[in-house]
Design a protein around this ligand. Structure first.
Ligand code: GDP
Ligand code: MN
Length: 397
């Protein structure tokens, strides 16, 4: 589950990681109130107005702007709130901005130059260990750094039994070219950051940039946090951080009716029971030259109501040009599923406007095929897996 910057920073702050402080707002008036409060709390006189959407590169897209007084806070917030923010990480339509973070300006002038770094914590799948990835090239697109100057990206593997050891924290601060107070601050920063990552059961923390301020403080200017959904039961307080406005609306609807659905780019809708068979079905569609429009596991009870709900979800995707139903009747009998398909087809009427290829195998498969073939409906039945995939290609041709 992805979080907004302000939510990620809340988690960081709760584990003692220093952050650029801010207050979130949904209207220009709230933004001004937030700015006033922030000045009371921090003494800042300049502010950054930051669009809160689940996408990076907001600065480049005009979603991060400096405001030097309350009037500017108001006018900039007015501009950013409600805009469709387009960044290198969004679609061409962009993302609707519902909230802005009013943050303290941390790039104030002082005794030394500010410096930006990149620090992330994530799982190294090759070794099965968490690692700290870091670079002197902060504030830039890290993929570009990885491509053009890979020698400027460092990694430090962390032993799960010990966490970040003091020598590792010092090595990171040293490789980032720090000394004096900033060096000490960075060792504290990475240690706290790693602890926050582990304690919050996160899948990824990416802080870009980490800033060395002009008075040698180290803090997180940005925060990209992905929580591990499978661990959310241990963090009930994080559950309310879900912002469904940022998620695919069809997936949200499918989740609400208990269907396991993932939206994909192709044009063949899939209705399958069991995640393994669903994966196999997608593979076969691909092999036959097609492209799956979704992953959909209807689960064990493929009755008429569920089948109808699943058809409804699949057909919400305007790219779907054919639907392949591939159900294995183990505990659930195939004839019951077939009846479900026929009933759903009848009750949905002309809402089903694409060909359906139906393969039911397992208990009572023969009865199921007869039921489909004799239903008088335009459902194409198939017996073999390959045959089903080929028939999909035939109707698409
Ligand atoms: P991103 O573009 O989505 O990665 O958003 P960031 O939170 O990383 O902000 C983008 C850029 O805005 C940063 O790299 C900074 O250069 C700039 N920025 C962020 N906070 C401040 C601030 O407090 N003052 C100033 N002057 N610039 C800031
Ligand atoms: Mn950033």
């Amino acid at each position: 589950m992805n979080l907004h910057e302000y939510q990620g920073k809340e988690i960081l702050n709760s584990f003692g990681v220093r952050i650029q402080r801010g207050i979130v707002a949904s209207t220009p008036d709230e933004a001004v109130e937030a700015a006033k409060k922030l000045t009371d709390q921090t003494g800042t006189s300049w502010y950054v107005v930051k669009a809160q959407v689940h996408a990076g590169g907001r600065g480049k897209g005009g979603g991060v702007k400096l405001a030097k007084n309350l009037e500017e806070v108001k006018s900039i917030s007015d501009d950013i709130l409600g805009m469709m923010l387009v960044t290198p990480q969004t679609s061409v339509e962009g993302k609707l901005v519902n909230q802005v973070l009013i943050a303290e300006d941390v790039y104030y002038p002082g005794e030394v130059e500010t410096e930006e770094f990149y620090v992330s914590v994530l799982l190294n799948r090759a070794t099965g260990r968490n690692m700290v990835m870091y670079s002197t090239e902060g504030g830039m697109d890290i993929e570009t750094v990885a491509e053009e100057t890979p020698h400027l990206i460092f990694t430090e593997e962390i032993d799960p039994a010990t966490g970040v050891l003091p020598f590792q924290a010092r090595k990171i601060a040293f490789n980032l070219g720090l000394s004096g107070n900033a060096f000490k601050e960075m060792t504290k920063f990475v240690t706290a950051l790693y602890n926050a990552y582990v304690s919050s059961d996160s899948a990824m923390f990416e802080i870009n940039p980490v800033l060395k301020t002009s008075d040698n403080k180290i803090l997180a200017v940005d925060a990209k946090v992905t929580l591990d959904e499978n661990a959310l039961y241990r963090h009930k307080d994080y559950l309310e951080m879900r912002d469904v406005r940022e998620e695919n609306p069809i997936e949200v609807e499918a989740k609400a009716v208990g269907l396991n659905y993932v939206d994909l780019d192709g044009n063949v809708g899939c209705m399958v029971n069991g995640a393994g068979l669903a994966m196999g079905t997608m593979d076969l569609i691909k092999q036959a030259g097609g492209d799956p429009a979704n992953f959909l596991d209807v689960g064990g009870t493929a009755d008429a109501a569920r089948v109808e709900a699943a058809f409804g979800i699949i057909l919400k995707d305007p790219n779907v040009k054919a639907i392949l139903v591939n159900i294995f009747g183990g505990i659930v009998r195939c004839d019951r599923v077939a009846q479900g398909v026929v009933d759903a087809y009848k009750s949905m009427g002309d809402k089903i406007n694409v060909p359906i290829i139906c393969r039911l195998q397992g208990t009572n498969a023969k009865e199921a095929k007869e039921l489909i073939d004799n239903s008088g409906m335009e459902i194409i039945s198939a017996t073999e897996f390959q045959e089903a995939a080929d028939k999909v290609q035939e109707v698409l041709a």
